[in-house]
Ligand binder design. Structure first.
Ligand code: ADP
Length: 281
C-alpha cells in the first residue's frame, strides 16, 4: 500500500499535550550486563556511565553487537543489570513502565487488533481512555481513515506511525527507540524522522534513539553517544551544535560533515575492533 501523500502536511485537531515539569532524566550508573554469567559469560556492557537530561534527544551509535540494545533493554526495564543501576528521575528502574515507551525496528502491534484498538490498548489497561484521544493521535500521525484497518493492511511506514501513535497514547516521559526506522525506505524514513522531531519538540519528551546510521544520529540528536565495540562503554560524546529545525539538506553543510567525520572515525576504529574480536573467536 502506498504512503498517503499528505503525511507531512497533515492538519490535526489534536491539542498539544502540555508538559510543564521536566521529567525523564536518565542516569546510567556503572552499568554492567553479562549474559549467562554462570557459563561462558558474554560481557555485553561493561561499567557504562551516562547522564541524559530530561527532554534531551540522545542518539546511541555504535557498531553492531556493541551492546546498544542491551542498554536499551535495561532502560526499558526488560533486563536487569548484572551490576550498576539505571535511574529515571532518581528512581531505580525495576521493570517496564508505560512512562518509558519502547519502539523497536519491528513493530509490536497486535495483529488481531485494529489500529485504533492497538492505540487504545495501553490506556485501556490503565483504565485511562479519553474520548477522541486515539483518533486525535492517529490524525497527527497521518492515519485518519485507517482506524479500523489491521496492521497487516498497512505499509511499513504506516505501521511504524501506528506504533508511534501507540507509544504516544501512553503519554511517556521517555521514548526508547531501537533502530525504529532502519527497515524503512529512504523517503519514508525521512518522513518518520520529521514526524518524530515534531512530536519531540512539541511535547518535550526525552528520546534515546539507537542507530548505527551516523547521518541519522547527527540529523536528529542533541548529543550523539558513540559506544565502543563490545563490551559496550561510552567512547565519545558529540554535542550536535546544529540549529533546529534541521532540513535534510543540512547533511551537505561543512559543520555536519565535520561532525560526521568525527563520529565515523570513532566508529571505524570500533568496528575494526569488533571484527578482530569476531575473528579471534
Ligand atoms: P547491539 O544492539 O549493539 O547490536 P546487543 O546489545 O544486541 O548489541 O548485543 C551485545 C552482545 O551481547 C552481542 O555480542 C550479543 O551477541 C550478546 N547478546 C545479546 N543478547 C544476548 C543473550 N540473550 N544471550 C547471550 N548473548 C547475548
Amino acid at each position: 500500500m502506498s504512503e498517503p501523500q499528505s503525511v507531512t502536511e497533515t492538519k490535526t485537531e489534536s491539542e498539544p499535550t502540555t508538559r510543564t515539569d521536566a521529567t525523564g532524566a536518565i542516569d546510567i550508573d556503572h552499568l554492567t550486563k553479562i549474559y549467562d554469567p554462570k557459563g561462558e559469560g558474554v560481557v555485553a556492557v561493561d561499567d557504562m556511565d551516562l547522564h541524559i537530561e530530561a527532554e534531551e534527544f540522545v542518539a546511541l551509535l555504535g557498531p553492531s553487537g556493541c551492546g546498544k540494545s542491551t542498554v536499551m533493554n535495561c532502560l526499558a526495564g526488560y533486563l536487569e543489570p548484572t551490576e550498576g543501576d539505571v535511574l529515571v528521575d532518581g528512581d531505580q528502574v525495576t521493570g517496564p513502565d508505560p512512562k518509558r515507551g519502547v519502539v523497536f525496528q519491528e513493530n509490536r502491534l497486535f495483529p488481531w487488533k485494529t489500529v485504533q484498538e492497538n492505540v487504545e490498548f495501553g490506556p485501556q489497561m490503565r483504565d485511562n481512555i479519553e474520548d477522541g484521544r486515539a483518533q486525535s493521535i492517529l490524525g497527527e500521525m497521518g492515519l485518519e481513515g485507517f482506524e479500523d484497518a489491521y496492521p497487516s493492511g498497512l505499509s511499513g511506514g504506516m505501521q511504524q506511525r501506528a506504533e508511534l501513535a501507540r507509544l504516544l497514547a501512553n503519554d511517556p516521559d521517555i521514548m526508547l527507540m531501537d533502530e525504529p526506522f532502519s527497515a524503512l525506505d529512504a523517503l519514508t524514513k525521512e518522513i518518520m524522522q520529521k514526524k518524530l522531531i515534531e512530536v519531540w519538540e512539541r511535547d518535550n519528551r526525552t528520546v534515546v534513539f539507537i542507530t548505527h546510521d551516523v547521518e541519522e544520529a547527527i540529523l536528529l540528536a542533541d548529543r550523539v553517544v558513540v559506544m565502543t565495540a563490545r563490551p559496550g562503554q561510552v567512547k565519545d560524546v558529540i554535542d550536535v551544535d546544529l540549529d533546529r529545525p534541521r532540513d535534510p539538506e543540512i547533511v551537505t553543510t561543512e559543520r555536519f560533515t565535520e561532525l560526521r567525520e568525527r563520529a565515523l572515525s570513532v566508529i571505524r576504529e570500533e568496528a575494526q575492533r569488533a571484527l578482530e574480536q569476531e575473528e579471534s573467536v
